[in-house]
Design a protein around this ligand. Structure first.
Ligand SMILES: *Cc1c(COP(=O)(O)O)cnc(C)c1O
Length: 364
């Protein structure tokens, strides 16, 4: 396969998932493998399941439907509060959704009744990051309402940190989630099976040796796919950080001045280019642009620097000098770059084995 593409090493993804599952199991925590950054790729979903995740989670019903169409039949959860307008699709395709509005849970109840099935509900709790969730003081009343709804099974509670505001999971907020789980059980005389503590940003907290308390699930996407934790984006020991790489093709490579000439106004994206004059350098154009990837999230190969980007071009310079036309350059990606590349119709995906990729790497 030629042209701009993501090369996805499914064995490395499975290894990353397996390693995290093996480290979390002794702590009493199981893993929801999050597929949203892969556009619900059935191949990647299967790689996660192979690595031992207990269920799959995605924020978009379209991705879940895509995996269901591809016959991925394991339990799945919708991890973004459902849109009421999609309630029927949610109840049809997933056994569990994470919710933060009672009106929506009522819609789910209604659709589940019509379909004569039950739907599991986890209620999200706001613990400081200021995205989704009930305020802790409102949780008991909300739960009381939910357990009374027909065809709804109240499964437990969850929280999400470090996404909107960067609030770090720590002993205080995780302790609060545990306390709320126990409070619900004692106040309402119920038992809950899910206390979902958060995402990849929770790994530093749990691997730092903190007691897990009541937390028995984490929803992990980025850490599995990219091999790092997400508070400081440090690699996690024993995980691959290059399970997914982006390959682009050289379409021009010439010696050019470093400073543009003429009267310099805005660029295509409004920002005025700052250029210092370093004489002439070899600049290479790749057929890859802002439409395909977030250029700021690309890690170029050693000896290579990214010096510009437009809608359809990435401008790089390399210590190796002129690149041959049609040759390829490989990048590692951060989450933002991965998300955009996975959703660009111009970027193909090549699922490969570790051995196949090793051979390709010797040529680009
Ligand atoms: C995206 C998301 C996750 C997974 O986050 P990662 O950083 O990829 O591990 C977990 N939970 C919710 C609610 C999310 O939106």
């Amino acid at each position: 396969m030629a042209g701009a593409r993501l090369e996805i090493d499914l064995e490395k993804i499975t290894h990353n998932a397996r390693t995290l599952v093996d480290r979390l199991t002794p702590r009493g925590i199981s893993v929801t493998g999050v597929t949203k950054a892969t556009l619900g790729s059935p191949e990647i979903a299967r790689a996660l399941l192979e690595g031992g995740v207990c269920e799959l989670g995605d924020s978009r019903i379209e991705n879940i439907e895509n995996m269901r169409r591809a016959k991925v039949s394991q339990p799945m959860s919708l991890i973004r509060s459902p849109m009421p307008s999609q309630a029927k699709r949610v109840v049809t395709n997933v056994e569990l959704s994470y919710n933060s509005e009672l009106d929506t849970v009522r819609r789910l109840s209604c659709e589940a009744s019509k379909l004569n099935r039950t739907h599991g509900v986890v209620l999200m709790v706001e613990l400081g990051d200021l995205r989704e969730g009930f305020m802790p003081a409102d949780l008991v009343a909300a739960t009381r309402t939910v357990i009374a709804l027909p065809n709804i099974v109240f499964r437990g509670i969850g929280t999400n940190l470090a996404c909107r505001s960067g609030t770090s999971p720590d002993a205080a907020n995780m302790g609060e989630l545990s306390r709320l789980a126990t409070l619900l059980e004692s106040t309402l005389d119920i038992s809950i099976d899910t206390v979902s503590g958060g995402n990849s940003a929770n790994l530093a907290w749990i691997f730092g040796g903190a007691p897990a308390g009541r937390i028995n699930k984490l929803r992990l996407g980025e850490a599995i796919l990219l091999g790092h934790e997400t508070l400081y984006r440090r690699p996690i020991q024993g995980l691959h950080t290059d399970a997914i790489t982006l390959v682009a093709e050289v379409i021009e490579s010439k010696l050019k001045p470093t400073r543009p000439c003429g009267d310099i106004a805005q660029t295509a994206f409004g920002v005025r280019a700052l250029a210092t004059d370093c004489g002439k350098i070899t600049q290479t154009l790749l057929a890859l642009g802002i439409q395909d990837v977030d250029p700021d999230g690309l890690v170029p190969p050693p000896g290579t620097a990214i010096i510009g980007s437009t809608s359809d071009h990435l401008v790089i310079t390399s210590a190796a000098g002129r690149a041959s036309i049609g040759s390829e350059v490989r990048f590692e990606l951060n989450y933002s770059a991965l998300l955009r590349a996975m959703t660009s119709p111009f970027v193909a995906r090549a699922m490969k084995s570790t051995a196949e990729i090793a051979v390709l790497r010797n040529t680009c």
